[in-house]
Design a binder for this molecule. Structure first.
Ligand code: ADP
Ligand code: ZN
Length: 617
């Protein structure tokens, strides 16, 4: 058997394993079973692909995501691994041909959909062939407790019964203790070694800002941070996704809407453009994402607040699967809270369901208003401790200023009380600021003791106070009463003066820059000298190669490889092979094409900073 590290270097072009990849691989190569829970983008696929190459026979990967199989197989073919798939998209003749190559031992990896696997014809095939391992991807689908239960997965218990001597690995990105137990029980993996890697996604930078003018805020973010990058913008409603996509298009971006109400053909077309073209922005409802395996999504932007921390984590997790820097960016405001509460109230769920959902929404609001490290709070929500502030979220990078809002909060709460808990934020703020409006006179609010007691703070500050009081659960927004503010039990201590409260100072909004010119792509880190012309030229070459082969650009090279190329500017095939993500096969196929671009660049006299030395072997 070839040794695992050699395959890692020569075939995959990586220098070292990311823990616990090495241990998982050892376990399978030895012939033992494993259960692996690791976050998206942390490198799960290598854990079965590599042992399948090392062990004699064909590795069988069971995956429910048919759309992904082709991508995976294309990417494997690129590095010289013999892989194929069997699913309903193939015609009978092609399927037979693939079955034949499995029998003859010509494949390293075979991807199969679960419903296909359990057909007698497939089982016969597997019994007649040499199988190196079974990998059960998205293994949480076997648990009714998880959110993606698939009945097909239950029959996978037959693998343990019929192929007792073939090692099995179950993989998933999300499984709490109960789901893990289900997986182990149903797939016969009680004796398997369990590997759990943390939830953290260190390359994702989290930022959550107050929603002021969402469009110009988004535009500013795109122009400054991601002028040419692919990303996803999430909105709550179908109508809004179309409006925002139309507007972004008018601003010069390639932006496509995606939601469940679109015609299936249009949806498929938008998805495929997102995967295959560079720099496409998808504006979507949450319907978009499941089964999208695009590694170079550089940002996920939320224009509306997700309902739960789980959704937020899952949606933002679609950014930066290739491990390169990526942004999770969100704007949120009081209106979001009201809208989500409304949706919840009008849903048909039981009272118990609504209570649980309310609780989860409150956790999401807590994350928005927190003044300490976002990553620590996020991980704590998933019961994971993170020892230090992360240094890669907005609150770490520009610490939030806070102020003693005790007095303001008390005024705000008593104004709600004095006006009878029947009015929304606007009216209560008018009362506090002593505004002599028609509505104030209509309800005699100018006679109240609280009238004008809040003149010292401006309107925006008062709105910020109310938003934070709602987010922290001192006030609630009554949905049936047209957004009337109501006191919650917990506000008593504050009103009595037994509690102090610190509030965050909202940042002032900065205007969007006029144009994208001169802005740098965020994935080129500030401290690495990279010539932008070279970067663009390398991307262009990658695009040509991708188009010629009809594969997505990242199948040729991931951004991280391209970035290293622009940074290190290799000038020989040997130097080229030292780039991360370049194995034997990719060197053979692509070194010349990219070396040419680098040479042209150096010859053009436009080359910027001197090139760095490549480390010797
Ligand atoms: P997952 O299946 O866990 O979502 P992938 O298997 O798609 O993640 O891997 C995510 C990225 O990490 C891919 O770009 C992959 O090439 C890269 N990767 C995996 N293992 C390593 C490694 N040992 N060294 C460097 N990059 C790696
Ligand atoms: Zn942080």
């Amino acid at each position: 058997m070839p040794d695992a590290l050699t395959v890692l270097r020569d075939t995959f072009g990586f220098d070292s394993f990311r823990p616990p990849q090495d241990e998982v691989i050892d376990t399978l190569v030895r012939g033992d079973n494993a259960l692996l829970v690791m976050p998206t983008g942390s490198g799960k696929s290598l854990c079965y692909q590599l042992p399948a190459i090392v062990r004699p026979g064909c590795g069988v990967v069971i995956s429910p995501l048919i759309a992904l199989m082709q991508n995976q197989v294309e990417a494997l073919a690129e590095i010289g691994v013999r892989a194929s798939f069997l699913n309903s998209t193939l015609d009978a003749a092609t399927a037979s041909r693939i079955e034949e190559s499995v029998r003859r031992g010509e494949l390293d990896l075979l991807y199969i959909a679960p419903e296909r696997l359990v057909q007698p014809r497939t089982l016969d095939l597997l019994h007649e062939s040499k199988i190196s391992l079974f990998a059960i991807d998205e293994a949480h689908c076997v648990s009714e407790w998880g959110h993606d239960f698939r009945a097909d997965y239950l029959s996978l218990s037959l693998l343990a019964e019929q192929f007792a001597n073939v090692p099995r690995i179950a993989l998933t990105a999300t499984a709490d203790a109960r789901t893990r137990k289900d997986i182990a029980k149903r797939l016969g993996l009680e004796d398997a070694r369990h590997f759990m890697a943390g939830f953290d996604r260190p390359n994702i930078r989290y930022s959550i800002m107050l929603k002021q003018n969402p469009r110009s805020q988004l535009l500013r973010f795109l122009r400054v941070e991601h002028p040419h990058d692919a990303g996803i913008v999430y909105c709550l409603s179908r109508k809004r996704t179309e409006e925002v996509a139309g507007w972004l298009t008018a601003e010069g971006y390639t932006a496509l809407p995606y939601h469940a109400g679109l015609d299936a053909g249009v949806r498929a077309q938008h998805q495929s453009r997102f995967l295959r073209e560079e720099g496409v922005i998808i504006v979507a409802t949450i319907a978009f994402g499941m089964g999208i395996d695009k590694p170079d999504v550089r940002f996920v932007a939320h224009l509306d607040l997700p309902k739960t921390v789980e959704s937020y984590y899952q949606e933002t997790g679609r950014a930066g699967r290739d491990g390169a820097p990526a942004d999770a960016w969100m704007v949120y405001g009081l209106q979001d809270v009201i809208k989500l509460r409304q949706m919840l109230e009008s849903s048909t769920g039981s009272d118990e369901f609504k209570r649980v959902e309310q609780h989860r929404l409150n956790a999401m609001l807590g994350l928005c208003e927190i003044t300490s490290c976002r990553r620590q709070a996020l991980l704590a929500y998933f019961d994971e401790a993170y020892p230090e502030p992360c240094g890669n979220c907005d609150t770490c990078l520009s610490p939030v200023e806070t102020w003693d809002g005790t007095d303001a909060a008390r005024k705000a709460l008593s104004a709600v009380y004095r006006t009878g808990q029947r009015f929304g934020v606007n009216q209560v703020v008018d009362v506090l600021r002593g505004k002599e409006s028609d509505k104030v006179f209509q309800f005699d609010h100018h006679r109240l003791a609280v009238f004008g007691v809040g003149k010292d703070l401006d309107e925006n500050t008062w709105r910020s106070v109310f938003r934070q009081l709602v987010a922290r659960g001192y006030l609630r927004v009554d949905v049936e009463g047209y957004g009337a503010l109501k006191l919650e039990e917990s506000c008593r201590a504050l009103l009595r003066g037994d509690e102090t409260i610190y509030l965050r100072k909202d940042e002032k909004q900065k205007p969007a820059p006029k144009s994208a010119r001169g802005a740098r792509a965020s994935l080129v880190p500030e401290d690495e000298a990279i010539d932008e012309n070279l970067w663009e030229a390398l991307r262009e070459r990658r695009k040509e190669l991708a188009e010629a082969q009809r594969v997505p650009p990242y199948v040729i090279f991931h951004d991280s490889t391209l970035r290293a190329m622009a940074h290190l500017m290799p000038q020989s095939s040997t130097e080229f092979a030292r780039l991360p993500g370049v194995g034997e096969r990719k060197r053979e196929r692509y070194a010349d094409a990219f070396l040419e671009v680098i040479r042209d660049h150096l010859d053009s006299g436009e080359a910027g900073p001197p090139r760095q030395e490549l480390a010797p072997e």
